[in-house]
Design a binder for this molecule. Structure first.
Ligand code: KG4
Ligand code: ZN
Length: 338
């Protein structure tokens, strides 16, 4: 079964052809980064306009690179939530129109479940496991029993982890998007240069939640308080110290979830799963099996959407052409534990 995937939830216009939920025949990602760079963040109106301009050529390119035509595809999968409303609507309307015109089955999928599916494109991963979904908009720790059966243990109570990388980078003028820039700078800095406090969310239903606004404030407004005077105040040292605390917050929640659930397999997804320090720290946990998608499948792409779409379509499930877009994540029920 060959599925065309379409992704336009934020600032990447993407289309991909995936066979049987696993074989990536093509994955085209047109990044809008240069158009948002001067604003140090994604401008929703620019994102929608660029998606409108690019969606058709990007979809055509995905077919051409897979050496197939529209007649060869068996279904169309598209992200319809969560994301920027105007941006989502471009991909969704495109996919619905194509499905209507060709009579092909159509399925609308959740972008965050897509991020979780990314690792399944490259690895055979048995369920259940713990999922770590970390992106610009979300930070979710969940128990995963099937591709569509997820129980959220914890989320962020304020900023998402990727958002914290982006905001720190913006404040210090390191560049955009912040995550990849801080990761690069941090390789040449010392994590010992500043000791930022970890959030203390241990009680009241927040046992698995994370928080980044305190860390962001400490790095941006109170850095003197936490700086180790034997280190120079360089971009590299700020990046390394911030990054160390940011990823250790995630690690502490993951390790708690491992202890409480007994699940020792961790699958990561989302842009922040590309972070080299997070990958290294999790790899050091010798009693855990930690699975990361390759770097290009961590950040937004349509292969993960086509792959996940296959899982629904192959069971005969389809979405109605009335399916709408939603900015919210939806369908993620928080159960917590402790
Ligand atoms: O999944 P994604 O491409 O888009 C969303 O669904 O949000 O994630 C983008 C986020 C941005 O906040 C970006 O700064 C962050 O992922 N990111 C990283 C790295 N690469 C991208 N954060 C930390 N380290 C990285 N290497
Ligand atoms: Zn994403």
């Amino acid at each position: 079964m060959i599925v065309l995937g379409i992704e336009s939830s934020c600032d990447e216009t993407a289309a991909a052809i995936v066979e049987n939920g696993r074989i990536i025949r093509s994955s085209v990602v047109a990044t809008q980064i240069p158009f948002h760079q001067m604003y140090n963040g994604v401008v929703p109106e620019i994102a929608s306009r660029k998606h409108t301009e690019w969606i058709l050529p990007v979809a055509r390119q995905s077919l051409a690179e897979a050496s197939i035509t529209l007649n060869d595809i068996d279904g169309i999968a598209v992200t319809n939530r969560p994301g920027l409303m105007g941006a989502l609507l471009v991909g969704l309307t495109f996919a619905k129109t194509l499905a209507w015109a060709t009579g092909k089955p159509f399925i609308a999928v959740n972008h965050m479940l897509g991020h979780l599916y990314a690792a399944h494109l490259e690895h055979d991963i048995p369920y259940p496991y713990l999922g770590l979904l970390v992106s610009g908009g979300h930070s979710i720790i969940c128990e995963v029993r099937a591709h569509d059966s997820i129980e959220v243990l914890g989320t962020t109570i304020d900023d998402a982890v990727g958002e914290a990388f982006d905001k720190v980078s913006k404040f210090y003028g390191f560049g955009y998007p912040g995550g990849a820039v801080i990761d690069r700078l941090a390789q040449h800095g010392s994590a010992e240069a500043a000791h930022f406090p970890m959030p203390s969310l241990h009680k009241g239903g927040h046992e698995y939640d994370v928080s980044y606004s305190g860390l962001k404030t400490a790095v941006i407004n109170q850095i003197d308080q936490f700086w180790n005077p034997s280190y120079e105040r360089t971009a590299e040292n700020i990046a390394a110290s911030f990054q160390e605390t940011a990823v250790k917050i995630l690690l502490s929640r993951v390790l708690k979830a491992v202890r409480d659930t007994g699940l020792k397999r961790i699958v990561a997804g989302g842009g922040v799963a590309a972070n080299s320090r997070l990958r290294a720290l999790l790899a050091e946990q010798s009693d855990l099996e930690c699975i990361f998608p390759s770097l290009k499948l961590c950040t937004d792409n349509a292969a993960m959407i086509a792959g996940l779409g296959y899982q629904y379509l192959s069971r005969g499930e389809q979405s109605s052409l009335d399916a709408n877009a939603s900015a919210r994540v939806e369908g993620f029920r928080k159960v917590g534990r402790g």
